[in-house]
Write a protein that binds this ligand. Structure first.
Ligand code: ADP
Length: 634
């Protein structure tokens, strides 16, 4: 920072006149010596510099005034100047200050001017440092850098230039820049262009190593000037040798990876330029059944099966590629040998500029399709067989009922007839010996047999009507609509009013979300569940039933919860089987209710399951859709 010259007032201040490394002295110190080197005069700056007052110093020998100097050397130098009259500049340190001491003959004695050159020294040091820094930057550059003069002679080079040419710096400096290229004339034209235009960009030359190796480089060069703006040389940098080499190597490496990848891929890869196939991997031959040479050059249309409308397909394809850059699909292709291959493919647009470039990756999915088709066939067969079975169940249960009705009718008739026979048998007209003989038959065997026939046929009748109901259920058309479940459940509960009152069971119905289904069948589901909940309560505690529901993710789940006898884990699935009752001796139900529930929910794409703890109670869950479009699974 610039400091103004010291004022007289400041100079009188003792503390200010001490040498201070932070400020340069404004003017030079001046001292006058006589021929014996005694001080005749010293100016203010001198007094400040050497920290003496004129009164104390005048008349004293200079060696005593100037501290810290190598007295004998100085003394001899001063004597020499006195004798010869040759002036001398001596550089000297005073504390951390740098002084330039000019000593010259003045009259008989000596004049001494002491200049404080601390700042100048510092600037010089900084300059030295800066140029060392620049130099190391230049040296650190991986590109060859060269400077040369107007005559084309190299003035400086960096280490990369030494490495690229194979010559040392000493050998290169002073030689012609053009000599190190395969085409010296082209190099000369280049540097002449720099001198003419001030610069060149990407000037291509081939640099020759002393061992003969040639490297292609691109030169960027510009002139540099002295302070007066005169061109003194050219600074030239060969761009990208190292970088390009590295990039080339990286590219080679990645190409190696990709080609290995593409080669070993189990998928076929094809590249289309415009609509024409320009490249493909070996796998293409295997999948498409054509030799590569025959496929290259073919148009995309070659790969369309006959049943595809080409213009329609192109429209779908191009809009998908425009929107997402990707298109996936499956297709069939007829190989050269006539066999058909199922193909799954992805098309990826790699360049949207005309001609559009597309990579196609194709996979043979014939096996998978076969399995899928077989699955579909089996499913269709299963549906057909189920229908057939339901038909048989329907027909047999229906047709078996008429002979059964006959059996029941004639059994009753037989019973009536037997009663008459018994009356006759009971009369006095029958001899007691005969009575004794017939008694076991008429008292026990015949009435027992008749009772068994009647009970069994009535059981058979109820089983057959159960079967008939079940098969009708599968055949009835569904009328799916939105169901307000609060109303539906109120109707269901009301239909059990009598049992509820009788048993004193408490039923709590919470707010229920709506669902989609066939009203009659969904009513049947909850009637069956509520019927069971009431039937299987624990007689030892007051019965409680709670009906709730919650909607989540497009579905709604209802729950019918009771505090009844519960169901053991091992029975949880079995209770849904047809005619399955856990306690057949209890004589309640037909074991059909839950089978009907599951069948209805199957047709509604719904689900039913149970959670239970024996002795505590059961929770039956029913899950249904909250949206229409139920897929009726017959
Ligand atoms: P049913 O028509 O005889 O009730 P289901 O198919 O409805 O036949 O039920 C089958 C069996 O599952 C019942 O006999 C019973 O043993 C058991 N079960 C059904 N619901 C419950 C329940 N809420 N608590 C305990 N057991 C039950």
């Amino acid at each position: 920072m610039y400091k103004p010259h010291l004022t007289a007032a400041e100079m009188s201040d003792e503390s200010e006149i001490k040498p201070d490394s932070s400020s340069d002295l404004p003017v030079d110190a001046f001292l006058l010596l006589d021929e014996n080197l005694n001080l005749l005069n010293i100016n203010d700056v001198g007094q400040k510099l050497f920290d003496v007052s004129a009164e104390a110093a005048l008349g004293k020998c200079i060696m005593d005034v100037m501290p810290n100097i190598k007295k004998s050397a100085i003394y001899n130098q001063y004597r020499h100047i006195l004798k010869t009259g040759e002036p001398l500049v001596i550089h000297q340190k005073l504390g951390d200050r740098s002084l330039a001491v000019q000593v010259f003959k003045l009259g008989d004695g000596l004049g001494i001017i002491v200049s404080d050159i601390t700042e100048r020294k510092r600037a010089e040091e900084a300059l030295k440092l800066a140029s060392a820094y620049n130099r190391s930057l230049i040296e650190a550059s991986l590109d060859p850098l060269v400077t040369f003069g107007a005559d084309g002679k190299i003035t400086n080079v960096n280490a990369t230039t030494e490495a690229e040419t194979g010559y040392t710096r000493e050998r290169l400096i002073g030689t012609d820049f053009c000599d190190y290229f395969t085409e010296p004339e082209k190099a000369r034209a280049g540097y002449q262009q720099v001198f003419r235009d001030g610069k060149v960009f990407d000037y291509a030359l081939d640099l020759r190593h002393r061992n003969g190796h040639v490297t292609s480089v691109l030169y960027n060069a510009s002139v540099y000037r002295d302070e007066a703006g005169r061109v003194i040389g050219v600074f030239a940098a060969a761009r990208g040798i190292t970088e390009r080499k590295r990039a080339e190597e990286a590219l080679k490496e990645s190409e190696k990876h990709y080609s290995a990848l593409v080669k070993n891929l189990t998928d076929a890869v094809l590249i289309f330029k415009g609509r024409v196939i320009t490249w493909c991997n070996d796998k293409v031959e295997e999948i498409y059944g054509y030799p590569k040479e025959e496929l290259l050059g073919k148009r995309a249309r070659f790969f369309y099966p006959n049943d595809i409308n080409p213009s329609e397909f192109t429209r779908i394809l191009s809009s998908a590629l425009k929107e997402r850059g990707l298109f996936n699909g499956t297709t069939r292709f007829q190989r050269k040998n006539g066999s058909i291959v199922d193909i799954e493919y992805s098309l990826l647009q790699i360049s949207g500029k005309a001609p559009i470039e597309i990579i196609a990756v194709a996979r043979d999915i014939t096996e998978r399709k076969l399995v899928e088709r077989e699955g579909e066939r089996l499913l269709a067969e299963l549906v057909e067989k189920t229908k057939e079975l339901e038909q048989i169940i329907y027909v047999t249960s229906h047709d078996l009922r008429s002979p059964l009705v006959n059996i029941q009718g004639f059994t009753r008739e037989l019973d009536e007839s037997f009663k008459q026979v018994y009356e006759i048998f009971d009369s006095k007209a029958v001899p007691s010996a005969v009575k004794k003989k017939l008694a076991p038959l008429l008292d026990e065997d015949i009435p027992h047999a008749l009772q068994y026939i009647l009970a069994s046929s009535s059981k058979m009748n109820s089983l057959l009507s159960g079967l008939l109901r079940l098969s009708r259920l599968g055949r009835a058309a569904l009328k799916i609509k939105r169901l307000g479940m609060n109303k539906l459940m109120a109707e269901v509960v009301a239909s059990f009013e009598f049992q509820v009152k009788e048993s004193g069971v408490k039923i709590r119905v919470e707010e229920l979300p709506p669902c989609y289904g066939d009203e009659t069948q969904i009513n049947q589901v909850f009637s069956n569940l509520l019927d069971n909940a009431l039937k299987f309560l624990d007689p030892d505690r007051p019965g409680m039933i709670r009906i709730s529901g919650k909607a989540e993710k497009g579905r709604v789940t209802y729950c019918v919860e009771d505090n009844g006898i519960g169901i053991a884990d091992k029975d949880r699935e079995q209770i849904f089987e047809i005619f399955r009752r856990l306690d057949p001796d209890a004589g309640i139900g037909e074991g059909l209710g839950l089978t009907i529930v599951r069948k209805i929910l199957d047709r509604h794409s719904g689900k039913v399951w149970v959670e239970s703890e024996p002795g505590k109670g059961s929770r039956f869950f029913v899950s249904l859709q909250t949206k229409g479009g139920i897929n009726d699974k017959k």
